[in-house]
Design a protein around this ligand. Sequence first.
Ligand code: NAD
Length: 284
Amino acid sequence: MADTNIPSIALNDGTAIPQLGFGVYQVPPDQTAEVTTAAFEVGYRHIDTAQMYRNEAGVGEAIRSSGIPREELYITSKLNNGFHRPDDARRAFDATLEKLGLDRIDLFLIHWPLPTRYDGDYVSTWRTLAEFVEDGRATSIGVSNFQPAHLDRIIEETGVRPVVNQIEVHPYFANEDARAASHRHQVSVEAWSPIAQGGVLGDPVIGQIAETHGKTPAQVTLRWHIERGDIVFPKSMHAERMRENFEIFDFSLTPDEVAAISGLDKGEAGRTGPNPDTFDWIPD
Ligand code: NAD
């Protein structure tokens, strides 16, 4: 039951992305084909994976067995932290396409800027991703976890704008500086951990608004992102919750409700993931 109600967000390179997708972070590799297939059955067509999640092959398996026409799918993956040097990035990108079973990916991102690694050089990594657009193997390229200074620098030094910046955003962590910097460059914001991995669902303000609309706290939180124009891809292993997270286009929040949820921001204290300025982890 493919759904046509999911809005598209126009990206700065003339392409478009479904505003709601499905994320597979922490989905075990051996369950990823099954879980992604369940998401396709609910109607999701946009999948967010990464080399770091080690489950691209499972996504590929689900794509192949789905029979869904390629042009209806929107697939994103991300460069792992150990592969920022240009030759490594090229090899890693080849492996991503092979694991996904695709000859073209819709969107490929630098997962983390790692400003304290590689002599602070994420610019040559960014130039390398641009090669994949030039050779037609990536439709679009973008970044993830880029702080304002990182965004300014790659755009200034290469003239190539990312189409998205995928950053942590949820009601407890508005991440407004990175969001505003992205918008300043016409870079769309993808909000990762949109429900803070469940951490905002017990909030009384969100609970009250959910009750008013006869919706769940997860639906209200996801709707808040949608109304702010951000792209989201909540993760769940359960078909029921996948469906719940998908059913957010049959109601809307009032401006006051959006403002009340935005008012829950705790600033830096609300961050659940690492700070991109200092994060330097390279997986084995
Ligand atoms: P999320 O905010 O989507 O929360 C997922 C968790 O919330 C689930 O594991 C489940 O426990 C719970 N949940 C989901 N739906 C629910 C519902 N309807 N009711 C109650 N509980 C529910 O967290 P996430 O997976 O960290 O983020 C979503 C996606 O963002 C990831 O899968 C990944 O694709 C992406 N991501 C990217 C980065 C990055 O560095 N670029 C980092 C984290 C996540």
